[in-house]
Design a protein around this ligand. Structure first.
Ligand SMILES: Cc1ncc(COP(=O)(O)O)c(C=O)c1O
Length: 396
């Protein structure tokens, strides 16, 4: 028998969609993928070389549970250089992806019955991770009209004496929202006043546009830093999703608990990938900036194209590589035997009729939107938007 804990997990909707897309591709059908949650760039060669070197030098053994000391030092340097934040190596943990850092953080602070507030739309794994700890996800809907910005008043009314943490994600998957300094400061003050933690997932930190940059919640004040666990990693910033290296910085006692937990569940993250990650953090500025500029160009193009399509509304996101047009205006419309009543219907229709793969917003608690990832070449984006426009025009 499967455990109650795992049985109650909601399986990933996006995985089911990926299966359908894979089937079409297998039949040789040209599907343009806008469903992808990772950069379409290759990991830079200097990082790959460091991994090869690590294998050749025999750096293929377990590392300390919290990660290589040299990598943790480099992570401290990063936070000092980028945010003027002082962390020592015992306030840093390296994990097998940001996902594991998040799980560790929740395992370290959440007891059964504790509440964790999550602004929505959100990355759906948060909810399942919280439930696995025995915690209760408290979902707070952010307003599309406000570009899904952090709405502190809506969060404030959900705080109870059971609130253990607020889990935020900026730049955001799926909305692309980048939270404003002012709102993060307000959230920080609430955390101090009401004695809860902020888990701040900043995995898309390098992908911010319009001349702005990520604002690291922990950098607001010492008091707020003491209540913040920052989650980050190399996956999105350095096109290293498959290397599985993430990290977290935060208060020493929490990092120690995360490390104890990680020690028993995975021992340590992949050793050669950790060596390669030192190189990523040290020597990849140009790569990151070139990638960011390319994403910025694509974002501009795709949002313009979407807003030119009749009845589509799409706000200009400030970060990450996703756009989330609202498709409500199409509900009740039909072409052949396709009837659109929700975003999943739209995803199926676009896949079947125009061979483009997009993801239902429902998978991120955005009930009237679809998520389009522009992690694809400008050429494919142009072709994909042509196909989408044509398919939408057929719906009557
Ligand atoms: C918001 C968010 N956090 C964390 C992750 C996971 O990152 P990693 O691949 O380093 O585990 C993702 C990946 O899609 C994400 O979108």
């Amino acid at each position: 028998m499967i455990s109650k804990r795992v049985k109650e997990m909601i399986p990933s909707v996006t995985l089911a969609q990926s299966e359908k897309i894979a089937m079409l591709k297998k039949q040789g059908i040209n599907v343009i993928g806008f469903n992808i949650g990772e950069p379409d760039f290759n990991t830079p060669q200097n990082i790959i070389s460091k991994a090869k070197e690590a294998y050749d030098l025999g750096y293929t053994k377990y590392t300390p549970a919290a990660g290589l000391i040299e990598l943790r030092e480099e992570i401290c340097n990063k936070f000092k250089k980028e945010y003027d934040l002082d962390y020592s190596i015992n306030e840093v943990i390296v994990s097998s992806g940001a996902k594991q850092s998040l799980t560790n953080a929740l395992m370290a602070i959440v007891d059964p019955g504790d509440e964790v507030i999550v602004p929505t739309p959100c990355w759906i794994s948060y909810i399942e991770m919280i439930k696995l700890t025995g915690g209760i996800p408290v979902l707070v809907e952010m307003d599309e009209k406000g570009g899904f910005d952090l709405d502190i008043d809506r969060i404030k009314v959900k705080i109870t004496d059971k609130t253990k943490a607020v889990l935020i994600n900026s730049p955001n998957n799926p909305t692309g929202a980048v939270y404003k300094k002012n709102d993060l400061e307000k959230l920080g003050r609430l955390a101090v006043h009401n004695n809860f933690y902020i888990i701040s997932d900043e995995i898309y930190e390098k992908l911010v546009y319009d001349g702005e940059s990520n604002y690291c919640t922990a950098s607001i004040s010492e008091e707020i830093k003491d209540r913040t666990i920052t989650i980050n990693g190399v996956s999105k910033s350095y096109a290293m999703t498959g290397w599985r290296i993430g990290f977290a910085v935060g208060p020493k006692k929490i990092i120690k608990a995360m490390s104890d937990y990680q020690g028993h569940t995975t021992t340590s993250p992949n050793a050669p990938a950790q060596y390669a990650s030192i190189e990523a953090l040290k020597n990849s500025e140009k790569f990151v900036e070139d990638m960011r500029k390319e994403f910025e160009k694509r974002r501009q193009y795709i949002v313009n194209r979407l807003n030119e399509m009749p009845e589509i509304n799409c706000f200009m996101p400030k970060g990450a590589f996703y756009v989330m047009p609202n498709i409500k205006n199409f509900y009740g419309r039909q072409y052949k035997n396709y009837i659109i009543n929700n975003p999943m219907d739209m995803c199926d229709y676009l896949l079947e009729e125009s061979r483009i793969a997009v993801v239902t917003g429902a998978a991120f608690l955005a009930p009237d939107n679809i998520r389009i990832s522009y992690s694809n070449s400008l050429e494919n984006i142009k072709e994909g938007m042509n196909r989408m426009e044509e398919a939408l025009n057929k719906l009557k």
